[in-house]
Design a protein around this ligand. Structure first.
Ligand code: ADP
Ligand code: MG
Length: 708
């Protein structure tokens, strides 16, 4: 159960005065993170930090008001005159004029096209009001058009001198947000300290309540900066919560014994014989490490990191072979349908020679075929089941699942990882996670905890480097001419179309348009794949591209992960400035797999922002996935990127700070110490740390708490 002190923070945002259903919807939209929040809660609003401040400390009398100078003053409402009523329309072009006075003078407030009823409520004649706004010279006197704030005395007392400016969404005003915040801020609780006092002192960080309050009620502009002690403390809180909860989950998994899976090598040897190549040194090392894990009594939880094209699939097969030799079933899970099918295609011939019975289960297997498959699976007639999320469905039962391989892990959460393991019954399954996104060591800690890692840091022989170029979109014509020549020489190309935030429809339209355009130029042999296409349709287009029939494949990002067409040697990415570094890296990894010299063109639409520019510069400069990942991490503090939502990557709530790596490393040491001294979180600090975990909603650890 969530600690009672936190409960109010997690209550409905609509409990706040002034927030009705319409505003709640807007706020939910503003505060939402991918798929996480259905109804905005108060805590979500508190994690919404200001991006700037307005200084309202200038408090003159009316006679001292200066044109252009922001001022806040109090005065009595003398009169309020609307425009002459004209027919039925309540609004008219002539302004409404309010006259206010204090002991030193009078001033007019001017409102264009405002609702007179609303103004009457705001400015009742004879009452005192606090006005914040910018006076303007009008003829020989000053007036204030549309003041920023009109406040009662009580409201003014709650109003900050340094007014924070929050990022907004259309339809939401700063006033609304201020009002909601001023109700929330006093409710920020004082919580038992979960940080080590010596560490706090060394860093000169405030307590939680002070930190969060100061971010919303800054005293100086530096208070809201990403490197302010307030922000740093909260960033560290979040990192500690995440890393600690991963460590707790890991501890739990470790306590359960794994099984020792030792194959006799028969199937493996058949596969090795059938392979048209020798394993690279890195592959051989990784394979050894995985066999060791499988053979030991400890539960295996290993991450296989290898850049696109480094040869992870064959590792998956060879490790599955060991499990199958030992009499266990294996599940191989892919993030997309296209990829699952491609796995089946590459694996099928090898499996046939080695005597492995393969099965395929995606959302598309239905009806009788699906029933038969599930029956075969349950009876143990399938050795290796390849599939997508469909593997999680409740009626998918294995006879004896012993080993689960998850490909391209960054698309799956910890939850799903655990769900797959649960299919293996009380004994759980040994788990191998494969990712083509090289992850910096520091981020590994927040996303995976202390998982064991094998690295494929050596590419199969014969790979040629990809030539990368960054080109503004107004040179499209040249690009198309170049493409034409290459196609005449037998090359194939991917053409990736813009990724548009939260609008699959627009994304699709852009891809369709480009496809039609290219058809005009090159004739009908242009394929199009996109996310809204039905499976069989998509497969058909992919198959025609793979067979070489289609020289160009226009695609939205469905080709991002894993697709392998060695003859494709050109990658053209439109609006490259909108993609994140890891996506660009993934996309480029689709080419450079065959005989031809490959190239990747990053087309961008100027002007480029600073971060986008750095990203493209990085892409041009290096192909080293690990370097790119490090750079990605550095650039994160420098602004959100569009692609993130769709790539399903989870961001931090608070910890998007420039010195992220440093904080992660510190938190990692902290977690080690905590797990050593108080692994059950029973001490005073331990209890406070539980609260921290609830505060940041680290669900996987919370589940452990409730399980006792
Ligand atoms: P990843 O999944 O890591 O992106 P794949 O497993 O799809 O990479 O491998 C890419 C290509 O490299 C495949 O065509 C595969 O057959 C080939 N390959 C894998 N290992 C080797 C090797 N040791 N030598 C030569 N080619 C290899
Ligand atoms: Mg792969």
């Amino acid at each position: 159960m969530r600690p009672t002190r936190l409960q109010p923070l997690f209550s409905d945002i609509a409990d706040l005065k002034g927030i009705g259903p319409r505003l709640k919807t807007l706020l939910t939209k503003l505060l939402d993170r991918p798929g996480e929040i259905k109804d905005a809660r108060k805590i979500d609003l508190l994690w919404h930090f200001p991006s700037g401040i307005i200084d309202r400390s200038n408090r003159p009398k009316i006679k001292d008001l200066r044109p252009g100078e922001l001022a806040t003053f109090d005065a009595k409402v003398v009169s309020l005159k609307g425009p002459p009523a004209r027919g039925k329309t309540r609004f008219s072009k002539a302004p409404t004029r309010a006259k206010l006075e204090d002991s030193t003078g009078v001033i007019d407030l001017i409102f264009f096209r405002s609702d007179p009823k609303y103004l009457q409520q705001q400015l009742p004649i004879g009452e005192l009001r606090y006005i914040a706004g910018r006076p303007e010279q009008y003829g020989d006197h000053l007036q204030i058009p549309h003041p920023d704030h009109i406040l009662t005395k009580a409201e003014f007392e709650n109003f900050p001198t340094l007014e924070p400016v929050y990022p907004l969404t259309q339809g939401l005003t700063s006033k609304t947000l201020q009002k909601a915040m001023s109700q929330l801020i006093p409710a920020i609780p004082q919580l038992e300290e979960w940080q080590d006092p010596a560490w706090l002192k060394k860093q000169n960080w405030p307590d939680f309540q002070t930190a969060l309050t100061s971010l919303h009620r800054p005293q100086i502009i530096e208070d809201i900066a990403a490197d302010s002690p307030h922000r740093q403390r909260l960033a560290y809180d979040e990192l500690l919560a995440k890393q600690l909860s991963l460590a707790l989950v890991r501890q739990q998994l470790r306590m359960k014994k794994g099984r020792s899976i030792k194959g006799n090598g028969q199937i493996r040897d058949k596969i090795l014989k059938a392979l048209p190549f020798e394993l690279t040194g890195a592959q051989a090392r990784a394979l050894d490490e995985i066999y060791q894990d499988l053979g030991s009594e400890n539960r295996m939880l290993r991450l296989l990191q290898g850049d696109v094209g480094s040869g992870k699939t064959v590792i998956a097969l060879l490790t599955a072979a060991a499990a199958i030799e030992a009499g266990f079933q294996t599940a191989l899970m892919a993030p997309t349908e296209v990829l699952a099918r491609q796995h089946i295609e590459t694996l099928a011939p090898l499996c046939e020679q080695a005597g492995i019975r393969l099965g395929l289960l995606t959302g598309r297997e239905k009806g009788r075929a699906r029933k038969q498959l599930l029956l075969a699976l349950k009876e143990g007639l399938i050795d290796c089941l390849v599939g997508t999320h469909a593997l999680f469905q409740a009626d998918v039962e294995f006879k004896n699942l012993g080993f689960a391989i998850i490909d391209e892990q960054h698309r799956f959460g910890v939850e799903q990882r655990l769900a797959l393991q649960a299919k293996a019954g009380p004994d759980g399954a040994e788990l191998l996670v494969m990712t083509a996104t090289p992850i910096p060591r520091t981020l590994l800690m927040t996303n995976y905890g202390d998982m064991d890692v094998s690295k494929l840091d050596e590419k199969p022989p014969g790979r040629k480097p990809v030539t990368s170029r960054v080109i503004p979109i107004d040179r499209l014509e040249d690009v198309i001419q170049g493409l034409k020549r290459a196609i005449q020489e037998g090359a194939q190309a991917y053409w990736v179309c813009p990724l548009v935030e939260s609008s699959e429809k627009i994304e699709l339209a852009a891809a369709q348009e480009r496809c039609a355009h290219l058809k005009q130029l090159f004739g009908d042999r242009i394929g199009l794949v996109h996310g809204q296409m039905k499976g069989p349709e998509k497969d058909e287009v992919m198959a025609r591209f793979i067979s070489g029939e289609l020289p160009v494949l226009v695609a939205t990002t469905v080709i991002e992960v894993g697709v392998n067409v060695p003859n494709a040697s050109i990658m053209i990415i439109e609006h490259a400035e909108r993609f994140g570094l890891s996506q660009l890296h993934q996309l480029r990894g689709r080419v450079g797999r065959g005989e031809r010299q490959s190239s990747c063109l990053f087309l961008y639409t100027p002007p480029l922002g600073v971060t986008a520019k750095k990203r493209l510069e990085t892409m041009r400069a290096t192909e080293d996935g690990f370097l790119i990942a490090e750079e990605d991490l550095k650039l994160r503090g420098g602004g959100e990127m569009l692609g993130r939502r769709q790539s399903g990557e989870r961001d931090f709530r608070v910890a998007n700070v420039p010195n992220l790596s440093e904080l992660i490393l510190a938190a990692n040491d902290d977690v080690k110490l905590i797990m050593h001294q108080d692994p059950k979180l029973k001490s005073e600090r331990g209890k406070a740390l539980r609260t921290l975990i609830y505060l940041f909603e680290c669900d996987e650890a919370i589940k452990l708490f409730s399980a006792g």
